[in-house]
Ligand binder design. Sequence first.
Ligand code: ZN
Ligand code: ZN
Length: 307
Amino acid sequence: MKPYRRLIGHDSMTPTLRLAIGSLVVGIAVLGLKAIAYWLTGSVALMSDALESIVNVVTALVVLIALRVASTPADLQHPYGHHKAEFFSAVLEGVMIIVAALLIIEAAYKGILNPRPLDAPFEGLLINGLATAINGFWCWMLLVQGRRHKSPALVADGHHLLSDVISSGAVVVGVLLAVITGWYVLDPILASLVALNILWSGWKVVKSSLSGLLDESVPDDRLASMRAIISAAAIGAIEVHDLKTRHAGKMTFVEFHLVVPGAISVSEAHDICDKVEQAIKDEFGDVTVTIHIEPDNQALQHGVLVL
Ligand code: ZN
Ligand code: ZN
């Protein structure tokens, strides 16, 4: 496992990274099998399934690179760190998804105008079915490991893969139906449905990245528990106001004004800051906290009152 550790330079990320590399290897194997299945049959639906795999493989690769860049420490040119690198992978994914969907829609349009029987349909379906089974196993693995390591990113990957497995299953059943009934127009129609599914999953990725780029606040439940933690930890302070949060990749940025009695020393005020900072980090992990200290005549009597 040493090379992974060197790659990411952060021990706690090793299981996540190992699974990310696993996803890439599984993705390449599945892509190879699906490409063979398409090549054997000439089915537009199987082509769309293979194109969906290409999107997955390139995305997995870009995510790995983005994680590597995002984990590099802050430097003089990038004093806030490199966390937003993860958003680049989403931009690239969005572009690829549109290209893949357009390719499928073009092929499906031609296929609907001019449906043709499939070559070697059963061999192709068998190979595609094998690829889907491998994907299904890996999807189960990601969900189990994601829950074990409490990684929302892995669980999200697992759910994404699950939707791929379901759409691949539908493609296999549909192509089989087309072969049995001889109604070959089913094949390009299925391909169009896969194209729509690809566009939909791409939109979700782009949307979540846009919210990060626009510095969306953390979700309400997290904000509420953050207020409770601050309120309990800031013993000696009077009030917290102007609490702001944003996130970039794994990192959450928190800033607020901490009102303390004007008569206490700078050292005492700083000790309170350190305690609050530690309490937030203990609960939320990757957090950067910035606190602005104010004397009690600045109290607004709103915000978070310290208990
Ligand atoms: Zn203030
Ligand atoms: Zn300090």
